[in-house]
Ligand binder design. Sequence first.
Ligand code: GLA
Length: 413
Amino acid sequence: MDKIKITIITVAVSLAAFGQGNTTKQETVKYEGLANTPPMGWNSWNTFETQIDEKLVKETADYMVTSGMKEAGYSYIVLDDGWMAKERDANGDLVADPIKFPSGMKALVEYVHAKGLKFGLYNCAGTKTCAGYPGTRGFEYQDARFYASLDIDFLKYDWCNTEGINAKEAYTTMSNALKTAGKPILFNMCEWGDNEPWKWGKPIANSWRISGDIYPCYECEFSHGTWSSWGFFKIAEMRKDIRQFSGPDHWNDFDMLEVGNGMTYHEDKSHFALWCLLASPLIAGNDLRKMTLQTQQILTNKELIAINQDVLGIQGFKYSEADGIAVWVKPLQNGDWAISFFNKSSTLKEVNFNWNQNPIKDNIFNLSTSFEDTKYTIRDVWNGKELKTTATIFKAKINSHDVITLRLTKMKK
Ligand code: GLA
């Protein structure tokens, strides 16, 4: 057989495998390397829903810089549902709502870019978005070209009004469309975990939501009738067992943050610590223009963010829960560990953690430590203080719904 024939056969075989949705070896479609650590930014939905406009975006971008959030690592400003006009134009192109965005979307993207930040938009794989604006179904390549022409950097792609379509195929089509349009755009799938996207999302997307929407409460279920939103601890518990599917450039997304959206200071700290330990994207969902100093300090805590952004990119795990105290752990680079004690009860609790009796083993990522052999220094990352070492029992009081987060670093022998 000559060379040309062999090439044709190889191409045909690989196309056939791809077309059948072969799960053993999937072609990488997405733009790679856009999210080597969990994406950080801000999204309009949790606070503003569809009440968004260009003044809000500009002010948020300004605050992102002046509040220290940009410096702490936040870069994306993402407009969620509600940015579009109700209809496409005569060419079938999406149109930004001319009342909310009188200067046009392109000018807004330029404004945000000029601040050294990145810009994101939202749409849906269905016929309409969840809030009833034009969906992308049937317009995938056209919409991808539109986003590329706007020079955006991030697309959140939702899953409302998708009756009869296959999630993996729909998301693959959009990922292909983005790639073909030629502008690197981080692709964030948002189908709420319904079709286990962690099992097939890696070649397609840089991150994917793994649950229904978050609600600003500790561990409540908030019913909307046919669907529910979830307190942050509920989401973490729901998806603690899919950690092997998350990692650099393919993150389990635990949803936008509710820090600063009505929970207590202690609950906000716990929520942020948990998202850092889970290596979730950190997408603030509060009104940056009105945030309190406490909220700002939580969101910009550099030592917590370093745990989230750790280069190993390992989603942490639940170590234990007893007498109202839950312990979660995350392996970090250079043999460090992050460990958080959460007081889930309604009363003050005392922690007595005897390191020697609590070896840590991460069976999924094959990492472990026995504190008898190796001693660690302990840093309290909420207070920026060195504590005693793991040679002595760790004792501390924790308020109801508060958290203590420690970073352990191996001592030199
Ligand atoms: C879904 C998503 C939310 C938000 C809304 C917008 O519920 O899960 O994060 O994007 O749609 O309508």
